[in-house]
Design a binder for this molecule. Structure first.
Ligand code: GTR
Length: 328
C-alpha cells in the first residue's frame, strides 16, 4: 500500500468514525431510574449504559437519569411506551395496570421465595409475561431483583392481619395493592415513591411496604420504625426498552443490547444480595424494631378475595397464575 493510499484510507476511517459518532450522539437514548447513586439498580444501569456503547461499538449510547429526576414511575412507563424515553428500569408492580400478564406477579404470595420467582421468570411464565409487555410497547431485555416486600409503620408490630386494621398504608399505583390492604382491613393510599418519606413523617400515612434496600435508602426507617417480615410480595423488575426503538435495531445490535442487559442483571443480582444484607444490618443498628411474621398463612388466607376479584376480570390469566404456582 502506498503512503498516499494509506493516508487516504485512514482519513476515510476517521471520517466514518466521526460520522458514526455523530449519528450515535444524535440517537443517544435516555434512561430512567428511580434509585439513588450507589443503589444496586443504579450501579447496574450505569454498567448497562457502558456495555451498550461497548457491545454496539458506539452505534448506540445511553445516558442514565437516576433518582427519579425524569418523573414518577407510572408516568415514566407511559413515556417509555410513547418513546419520550427509550430505556427504563421498572418494577413490574406499576407495569401491571398496563400489561395484564405482568400483573400476575403482583398477586400477594404468588411466589414462595426468590428462587421460585427466578425459576418462573426464567421459564415459560416469564416468556408469557414478556410477550404481554411487548404487546404494550415494553420490551423486557432482562430481569432485576427487588427482594421481598414487607410492611413497616410508625405504630406497632404487625403479626396478624388484624394489626393492619384501620392503618393508612401507602401502596404503589396498582389496584391489586389497594385490594390487598383493604382485605387486611387497612386504608390503602396509592402514591409516588418520592412522596412516601414526607407522608410517613407527617402522618398522612402510618405505614408502607418495601424491601430492605428501599426501606433503608429512602430513610423511611427513620420515620416508620416497625418492620414486620411479612414478605407478601416478591416483584421482579425489568430493564425495558421502547418496542419501536428495539424493533428498529439490526439483529447484531438487538443481540448486543440484550447481552448488555443480561450482563448488567448478573451484576445487579449480586449487588442486590449484598445490599439487602447490608441494609438490614444498618437499619437494625439504627434501632428499628423488627419482628418476624410467624403466621404467614393468616395473611395468605386473607388474600383470597384479591385473587378472586383479579381472576374474575382476567379469566384468561388463570393458567398463567397456575403455571407460576406449579413451577418447581
Ligand atoms: C422499590 C422499587 C421501585 C419502586 C418502589 C416503590 O422497591 O425498586 O421501582 O417501585 O419500590 O415502592 O415505589
Amino acid at each position: 500500500m502506498t503512503l498516499i493510499r494509506k493516508i487516504g484510507s485512514t482519513a476515510l476511517a476517521v471520517a466514518i468514525a466521526a460520522g458514526l459518532a455523530g449519528a450515535a450522539h444524535a440517537a443517544e437514548w435516555k434512561g430512567w431510574n428511580i434509585h439513588k447513586p450507589g443503589y444496586p439498580n443504579t450501579v447496574a444501569m450505569d454498567k448497562f449504559a457502558e456495555l451498550v456503547a461497548e457491545k454496539t461499538e458506539g452505534r448506540h449510547t445511553l445516558k442514565m437519569f437516576h433518582s427519579g429526576v425524569l418523573g414518577n414511575q407510572p408516568d415514566a412507563i407511559e413515556q417509555l411506551r410513547i418513546g419520550g424515553i427509550e430505556i427504563g428500569n421498572f418494577n413490574l408492580g406499576p407495569i401491571g395496570p398496563v400489561a395484564p400478564e405482568a400483573n400476575v406477579v403482583s398477586l400477594p404470595f404468588v411466589f414462595k421465595d426468590m428462587d421460585h420467582m427466578h425459576r418462573a421468570m426464567d421459564g415459560a411464565p416469564g416468556d408469557q409475561i414478556s410477550a404481554g409487555m411487548a404487546k404494550k410497547g415494553l420490551i423486557a431485555l432482562a430481569w432485576y431483583d427487588s427482594g421481598a416486600r414487607s410492611f413497616y409503620n410508625s405504630k406497632r408490630p404487625i403479626n396478624q392481619p388484624s394489626d393492619v386494621q384501620g392503618m393508612k398504608v401507602r401502596v404503589m399505583n396498582n389496584d391489586l395493592y389497594s385490594g390487598m390492604i383493604a382485605a387486611l382491613g387497612g386504608n390503602p393510599s396509592p402514591m409516588a415513591f418520592s412522596e412516601v418519606y414526607q407522608s410517613l413523617k407527617t402522618g398522612v400515612v402510618d405505614g408502607a411496604e418495601n424491601n430492605w434496600p428501599s426501606y433503608e435508602s429512602t430513610g423511611h426507617f427513620e420515620v416508620a420504625g416497625y418492620y414486620s417480615l411479612s414478605q407478601h410480595l416478591i416483584i421482579p423488575e425489568c430493564v425495558c426498552i421502547n418496542a419501536d426503538v428495539y424493533n428498529g435495531l439490526s439483529d447484531t445490535d438487538k443481540a448486543a443490547v440484550k447481552a448488555a442487559a443480561r450482563e448488567s442483571a448478573e451484576l445487579q443480582r449480586k449487588l442486590w444480595a449484598e445490599r439487602a444484607e447490608a441494609s438490614r444490618a444498618m437499619v437494625m443498628k439504627a434501632g428499628v424494631k423488627f419482628n418476624d411474621v410467624a403466621d404467614k398463612a393468616a395473611f395468605q388466607n386473607a388474600m383470597k378475595p384479591v385473587y378472586e376479584k383479579f381472576l374474575a376480570s382476567n379469566q384468561e390469566l388463570k393458567p398463567l397464575v397456575e403455571a407460576i404456582q406449579a413451577t418447581q
